[in-house]
Design a protein around this ligand. Structure first.
Ligand code: NAD
Length: 418
């Protein structure tokens, strides 16, 4: 489809086709399940601090409406394309179905560089985007959450803009909000903690001891930093970390607190005094037991998949591994893959808990949130491993098959509207 033509969309379609083949999905179903239901693109003129007016592009893709509202993050990035957003929305659909949430997948993006905008400009971009999306979003229609380049503050502005139009507070219109306005305890950390929980479970399966185990994390934002601290709490040494500016590798282990303080002061890792400075590409192929891509799509490709030196590949980011690299990793058999649709599902699971709490005006303790999170992740991991073993397919294929077949069954039960 020309409108969505983009490498990331093509990759999501390729993954879908592979899973549909395994499922033996009838041809008549394939396009109906794969194609997004709605793609919304808007131009957004914004008054900048210097008095000029800059026009940004904003997108929202709602993949399917079969099981409930659409759900998924909003990304601020100069690289955002409609096709990429559609791919991310499709992955959200399989992810929600895999872990049993009553949602279709959604994703949004604004074509801007948040690092180059002032706080006022960021607020104007966010409010304008929310305003433009007003007819298409709502607690029962489409619920957004933070993703790359957005955070709790972004969600607070969105919730305020929507609520001002409604005439009353509507906290359930977004998740990942500050706790003071209806956010859930544990939501900010949920994705990273889910990643660490799953790595811990896989280490048990592989009989790996935390002592002496090393991890490399690509991306030191919300997901990467929380995962790094959580893994360190297990006793794992973090030997490599990267961000948009480059990468650091330190065999003896990086000092996370010092690193975080440096990033807060300088807005990037660059210039940190410890470890060896290298490119992002070089970091991915350094020796480690656990590799956690937690940044952008398509960083593990046919060019580096042969050279990975990890035992566990935990996909905290969405779509970090290309289908070509998947083929290589499958053949190698020495890497245990935790596929993205499971690995980073902690975020949307706790977003679901936040939405439920907001709709009921009844809030849970952090212990309750985390306990429920792990009780969703654990059986999902077990189901993937069981399916992979029974059908002799990769973990990715097993995870996608489980998610896709649930969406297919729901569509079959509802039937085709005339
Ligand atoms: P973030 O904006 O908080 O952090 C992103 C990090 O990646 C930053 O440190 C940034 O400098 C770094 N980065 C950007 N481009 C890079 C590159 N080319 N190489 C290396 N590092 C780079 O974003 P986040 O919320 O942590 O999201 C990270 C990933 O996790 C994304 O793929 C996102 O879709 C996925 N994810 C996030 C959530 C969530 O709850 N935030 C949930 C599920 C999945």
């Amino acid at each position: 489809m020309k409108l969505l033509d983009d490498p990331v969309y093509r990759m999501a379609c390729q993954q879908f086709d592979r899973a549909a083949d395994v499922l033996g999905m009838p041809e008549q179903f394939r396009e109906r399940i794969k194609q997004p239901k709605r793609c919304i693109s808007v131009s957004m003129p914004v008054l900048m601090d210097d008095g000029s007016v800059q026009v940004f592009w904003g997108h929202r893709v709602q993949h399917h409406l079969t099981l409930g509202p659409t759900k998924g993050g909003l990304r601020f990035s100069p690289q955002v394309e409609l096709g990429e957003v559609a791919a991310l929305a499709m992955w959200m659909s399989w992810k929600c179905a895999l872990v049993g949430l009553p949602y279709g997948g959604g994703k949004g993006g604004v074509n801007c560089n948040p690092r180059e905008l002032s706080l006022r400009e960021l607020e104007m971009v966010t409010r304008r985007y929310t305003q433009e999306m007003m007819p298409f979003i709502g607690p029962q229609t489409d619920v957004m959450a933070p993703d790359m380049g957005t955070n709790e503050q972004t969600m607070a502005w969105m919730m305020d803009t929507y609520s001002m139009h409604a005439g009353h507070a509507v906290p359930a219109v977004v998740t990942g909000k500050p706790v003071s306005i209806g956010g859930s305890l544990g939501r900010r950390e949920a994705t990273g903690r889910g990643v660490a929980f799953l790595i811990g479970r896989v280490m048990e399966i592989l009989q790996m001891e935390p002592q002496g185990t090393t991890a490399i994390i690509q991306g030191f934002g919300n997901v990467g930093s929380v995962a790094a601290y959580a893994l360190r709490r297990f006793g794992i040494k973090i030997v490599g970390i990267s961000d948009f500016s480059g990468a650091l590798f330190h065999e003896k282990g990086l000092d996370l607190e010092k690193l975080e303080a440096h990033v807060l002061a300088n807005r990037s890792l660059e210039g940190f005094s410890e470890g060896q400075w290298m490119s992002n590409e070089e970091l991915l192929v350094q020796p480690c037991d656990i590799l956690v891509p937690a940044a952008v799509e398509r960083t593990i490709t046919e060019n580096n998949a042969h050279q990975l030196k990890c035992r566990i590949l935990a996909e905290a980011a969405n779509g970090p591994t290309t289908p070509e690299a998947d083929g290589i990793i499958d053949e190698r058999e020495d890497i245990f893959l935790i596929p993205d649709v499971l690995c980073n599902a902690g975020g949307v699971i706790v977003s679901y808990f936040e939405w439920v709490q907001d709709l009921q005006n009844f809030f849970w303790s952090e212990v309750e949130v985390l306990d429920r999170l792990y009780r969703v992740l654990e059986p999902a991991l077990a189901a993937i491993l069981k399916r992979a073993k029974e059908r002799k397919i990769s973990h990715r294929n097993a995870a996608l098959c489980l998610g896709i077949e649930r969406v297919m069954q729901a569509k079959q039960m509802r039937g085709l509207f005339p």
